[in-house]
Design a binder for this molecule. Structure first.
Ligand code: FES
Length: 156
């Protein structure tokens, strides 16, 4: 595991100034930031682990716990909430048994669901982002079919 981390570190010249890029590459590799690689990063760039963890927890795009191969982001801002975000979350929970919070990832690490505030496209409410792709006017039924389609497709 740490060989890959070392390769990433070397590609960034073990440079403390590149910490964000290093963490992005590690997350791209593992889908989250596991503890051992973070310790290795701190050691190699000669920074306190607390500084590395500070960056890892500051940016929402980083995750310190395992995430699913597919990420479903549900906007729960006011417009999306009013237009049906709770129904979308309900459909996800029925289909996959997951909801934002402690139970946000399926057991086989297939899916992770997260809730975010306004994504700035309220005209599309309720808005859902599946693997980076915006989906507007999502109903419970549409969510169900998006999950089914995503299950059949490969991410990469
Ligand atoms: S409230 Fe969902 S995009 Fe604005």
């Amino acid at each position: 595991m740490l060989e890959k981390v070392d390769r990433i570190l070397t590609s960034h010249g073990n440079d403390k100034a590149s910490l964000i890029g290093i963490l992005q590459d590690i997350q791209a590799e593992y889908n989250y930031l596991p503890p051992k690689p973070l310790e290795r990063v701190a050691e190699k760039v000669d920074a306190p682990l607390s500084q590395v963890l500070g960056i890892a927890t500051f940016f929402q795009s980083f995750s310190l716990k395992p995430r699913g191969e597919h990420i479903i982001t549900v906007c729960t801002g006011t417009a999306c909430h009013v237009k049906g975000a709770p129904r979308v979350l309900g459909a996800i929970e029925r289909e996959l048994g997951i909801k934002p919070g402690d139970d946000d990832t399926t057991e086989g690490l297939g899916f992770t669901v997260e809730a975010v505030n306004c994504l700035g496209s309220c005209a599309l409410a309720p808005l859902v982002v599946v693997d980076g792709k915006y989906q507007g006017h999502v109903t419970g039924k549409k969510m169900q079919s998006l999950i089914n389609k995503t299950q059949k497709s490969k991410k990469k």
